[in-house]
Ligand binder design. Sequence first.
Ligand SMILES: *Cc1c(COP(=O)(O)O)cnc(C)c1O
Length: 428
Amino acid sequence: MRNWDRSRELFEDASRYIPGGVNSPARAFGSVPMHPVFMERGRGAYMYDVDGNGYIDYVLSWGPLVLGHAHRDVVAAIQSRARLGTGFGTPTELETELARTIIDAIPSVEQVRLVNSGTEATMSALRLARAYTGRERIVKFDGCYHGHVDPLLIKAGSGALTHGEPTSPGVPDAVAATTRSCPYNDIEAIEALFAAEGEQIAAVIVEPVAGNMGCIPPQPGFLEALRSVTERHGALLIFDEVMSGFRVAWGGAQILYGVTPDLTCLGKVIGGGLPVGAFGGKREIMQLLSPAGAVYQAGTLSGNPLAVVAGHETLAALSEPGVYEQLSERSERLSWGILRAAENAGVPIYATQVGSMFTTFFSEQPVTDLTSAQACDTERFGRFFVELLRRGVYIAPSQFESGFLSTAHGEGEIEQTVAAAEEAFRAL
Ligand SMILES: *Cc1c(COP(=O)(O)O)cnc(C)c1O
């Protein structure tokens, strides 16, 4: 039997100095009957906690570690770069290289600017869209999460959903009033909204594969409908690919589904585990950014050499032939394995998977939007989480998060996980 004594002590100590004991709410075990586990180190598909327990990791730092923990080439690149200095506050050649790689991979991105997080990327993309269109309103979708940007914390997913505050206090009413939120995958709702107030809408921002209410794929025609309605009304379409970018496919969901947005937000994978975000799109729009144009956006550490080199090395490994095919194939095998394990144990679940994103929903019905996600048995999910943890498998501590696979997860880890899942289902 595992024990987590040291983690419990560290959590009690952390809670004295840090609100809730964590520096990001999703790390709290708000919806599972346990305190958070403190990790110490990771290697490949595994991470190890302060009590010496090992886990097969399906959180992967919430998505960035697509090559697994402490990948040899990424670590070596960071080390050799650090010896040359950790930053200069001047341009470096590395930034152009990362920008070029992103632009080559994503045809809709003609120019790109690097920032430090996904939140910065979406915040800046909204400002740019508003400046470009001269309009103020923003449309998002219920249960999508776009970082902790004021106008986007309306019916938000991820930690905001898990901890029961999808619409955050502290967001000024005047700001909230500029946001509209529609049900995900609901074409009629978005068409009706545009029919009523299309001339005031600056942009629609969407996760092209929703990942912050669990993994929910776009239904056929949904992304195409967003493209068409925004075009007809002169609004911009922003794909928030902070999670899906370079994860569901080389480039991202827009390559997988063949729908072209005006602006794209990136983060997570493109930083290889270090803090990087990016937003880019049509040159004509990007040229509005200061100092080329008048829309202000800046960052002391933007394009930091250590972060950029980690991202660059990660993308280099991902560009090898066959990487995404293998990631998808293994993720599909895992997803099917978990579904079969649940059937064997007589537990009804609904499994989703797109590329190396997947979720096990405790639902008898298909999960296609926030309403169907919220109908899941979250209490049962919490017990499943702890049963998996006891068996050395670490998934996100919330029903409303996606799981991730890395290239370091082999057949052995998948078999072990499916076996652990079947035991966990039986123990519920
Ligand atoms: C994680 C995430 C963000 C926020 O990124 P941070 O780096 O945490 O600020 C934004 N959008 C989506 C889709 C995300 O998954």
